[in-house]
Design a protein around this ligand. Structure first.
Ligand SMILES: [Zn+2]
Ligand SMILES: [Zn+2]
Length: 280
């Protein structure tokens, strides 16, 4: 991260605004007092040998500027010394606020709004997973080991007939599938469906026609990952051992994480709150 890598470097390399020496700033500059000892008597401090090359015997046109800079720097040093003498004002303690809902009366640990969100999100996710299981496994016959009929569109391959093949489902991203698959909002708060298949010994990803996605996959899945020219057509044979139904009750950590790291407002902006309300 740029902001992290660059922290500190620009400050330590900066030259003193008065004498142009690297390693200190005006507040600590030893040259200021040396020059001031001359200026206060209206003498040009040529013997004080200021290392700044503009402030020299052969640069009289800068002497006015030199004088002003020296007086200002001296004032800065005096003000700084004065400020060190004064007792530091105790900063008013910032009221703790809840990172989830923004309330000033509690923190995340005892936030009722967060507890309610977690409870409802868990319920919504379970309901969503039940719907996803019924759709993918029961209705479409998609589970690892199942046989399905797939089709390549004739317009796509420039033939007068679609090609049909039998494909074996090799993998489904079950462990990643959750309520956010139904989130239509593109970004970090959504999850796509990804299905791997095997056709004639070659692995590829399964896709769905636009019509099929709209009619069958929505609103459970709003997006399918991976591009494949083979589209789902129909189920042929169920998997000998379909996905266990206990899958419906798993996957809670992601919502714990969201509730800990994100605010209710952010989750609202990203469409998560609306999804929870719809599926709970
Ligand atoms: Zn200096
Ligand atoms: Zn709160």
């Amino acid at each position: 991260m740029k902001i992290f890598e660059q922290k500190g470097t620009s400050r330590s390399m900066a030259a003193c605004g008065y004498c142009r020496t690297v390693g200190h700033n005006i507040r600590e500059c030893p040259q200021v007092a040396e020059d001031y000892a001359f200026w206060k008597d209206y003498k040009v401090p040529l013997q004080a040998s200021n290392p700044c090359r503009w402030f020299n015997a052969n640069q009289p046109k800068y002497w006015g500027e030199w004088y002003t800079k020296c007086i200002n720097a001296m004032q800065k040093q005096l003000d700084y010394k004065e400020s060190l003498k004064k007792p530091k004002k105790a900063r008013p303690k910032r009221k703790p606020t809840c990172g989830f809902c923004g309330s000033e009366h509690h923190n995340r640990r005892n936030c009722d709004k967060m507890k309610t969100f977690l409870k409802e999100a868990g319920q919504a996710n379970e309901n969503w997973r039940r719907a996803a299981y019924a759709l993918l496994v029961t209705k479409l016959g998609i589970s690892v080991g199942a046989a399905i009929k797939v089709k390549k569109d004739r317009y796509y391959i420039n033939k007068d007939k679609d090609i049909e093949k039998v494909a074996l489902v090799t993998d489904v991203n079950w462990d990643k599938l959750n309520l956010s698959c139904a989130n239509g909002r593109w970004g970090d708060y959504m999850q796509g469906l990804s299905i791997g298949i095997m056709i004639d010994g070659r692995r590829c990803s399964l896709s769905f026609s636009r019509d099929f996605q709209e009619a069958e996959l929505q609103p459970v899945f709003s997006s399918v990952d991976g591009y494949g020219s083979w589209k789902y057509d129909s189920k042929i044979a169920n998997a000998p051992k379909p996905l266990d139904e206990s899958w419906v009750n798993e996957y809670k950590e992601a919502f714990d994480y969201l509730a800990k790291k994100r605010s209710h407002l952010k989750l609202q902006e990203e469409g998560i709150i609306r999804l929870v309300a719809k599926w709970k």
